[in-house]
Design a protein around this ligand. Structure first.
Ligand SMILES: C[S@@+](CC[C@H](N)C(=O)[O-])C[C@H]1O[C@@H](n2cnc3c(N)ncnc32)[C@H](O)[C@@H]1O
Length: 339
């Protein structure tokens, strides 16, 4: 069963509970089930699971695995572009007349989700059930072809990388739509003037790879690695910054046994709308296993996030390096006895 992160767990269970009886009565498979963090719907339907997200040991992928599919179910993704992308990838696997079921909580935008997907690929959208602030839509697949793959989904804009604008690629649902976020900019302004003692540098929760690419340009001797739990983010980093090693994984899971002289991060502190510090906690508490002796962690977070308390539990030296009205940048160093 897939792991569900702290703050989002109750919500994921609630929507799975609401959708399960409807899907169980919806007729024969084979089923494709996307974004089922609880694993309950996947297990109950004997379905093939798909997620773009790496969760625990489970790998995220760009598109559903190959194989027969008569019906598909989708837990609503966190944003509209991500919903359009996921529905398209599932449409590419559904037969004409096959059903796509989309479910979620009212707070997640489920009320309008079905109608938004009606178009060339889905002819009709009906609300089949609505209860306990959750809703389940049924859409009917048309016979219009749905091109699988990423080609139509790439967007490009100019983004400053180490001071010079660079064409920058993004995909649906990625952080800041591939732009330079204010927190990321503050972190880069802080860290770039402090090259690490050794060459191995990690961008943890890298998004489209902006921190990694900026530091590769600012620190010519550095070797950059970037990791993110979203398979689409990893793909975007590979396209934007071929000089960076990009690996998919949940928190540290792709980096077992590896150490870095410097780890730099604008970590996730939300899962959808809910605050969720689980990746931030993993970043900090497992950092000693991944830093070289004397290695440093730089991170940025919104002011209200209790970063100092977490850092103090793990690091010998903790400094508030930048403090603006919204964000703080922290610099933490391991002392020898804690490595
Ligand atoms: C605040 S964004 C920062 C993106 C990028 N570093 C930047 O500054 O533009 C956080 C990133 O964390 C990723 N993420 C969320 N949960 C994660 C997890 N458990 N492990 C690794 N990355 C995760 C998201 O996909 C997202 O790209």
């Amino acid at each position: 069963m897939a792991r569900v992160s702290g703050g989002a767990q109750g919500r994921a269970q609630q929507v799975a509970e609401a959708a399960l009886p409807i899907l169980a009565a919806a007729g024969a498979g084979p089923w494709l089930v996307a974004n089922d963090e609880t694993g309950r719907i996947t297990d109950a339907l004997g379905a093939t699971p798909w997620s773009r997200w790496y969760r625990g040991a489970q790998a995220g992928t760009l598109a559903p695995p190959a194989g027969p599919c008569a019906q598909a179910a989708l837990r609503i993704p966190k944003d509209r572009d991500g919903l359009a992308y996921a529905a398209h990838q599932l449409a590419a696997r559904l037969p004409a007349g096959g059903h796509l079921w989309v479910y979620g909580h009212n707070d997640e935008g489920i009320k309008s989700a079905g109608k938004r997907l009606v178009g060339p690929l889905f002819a009709t959208a009906d609300t089949i059930a609505s209860r306990r602030h959750c809703r389940i839509w049924r859409l009917v697949r048309t016979d219009a072809p749905a091109a699988p793959g990423l080609d139509p989904w790439w967007t490009q804009r100019a983004v400053p990388v180490a001071g010079a604008p660079r064409p920058w690629w993004s995909l649906p649902g990625l952080f800041a739509k591939g732009g330079l976020d204010a927190a990321t900019a503050l972190l880069l302004d802080s860290v770039a003037a402090h090259p690490p003692a050794g060459p191995a540098v990690l961008d943890f929760a890298a998004g489209t790879g902006l921190i990694a690419a900026s530091l590769a340009a600012a620190w010519p001797g550095a070797t950059l690695t970037a990791t993110d739990a979203d398979a689409l983010a990893v793909e975007a980093t590979r396209r934007n910054a071929p000089e960076v090693e990009a690996v998919g994984g949940d928190a540290w899971s792709a980096l077992a046994g590896r150490r870095f002289d410097c780890v730099v991060s604008n970590p996730p502190i939300h899962d959808g709308k809910a605050e969720d510090f689980s990746a931030l906690r993993q970043l900090i508490t497992e950092a000693p296993q991944h830093l070289t002796p004397g290695g440093e962690l730089w991170l940025v977070a919104q002011k209200q996030v209790p970063v100092q308390a977490l850092l103090d539990q793990v690091f010998g030296q903790v400094k508030l390096h930048a403090d603006d009205p919204r964000f703080r940048v922290w610099r933490a160093r391991l002392t020898q006895e804690r490595t």
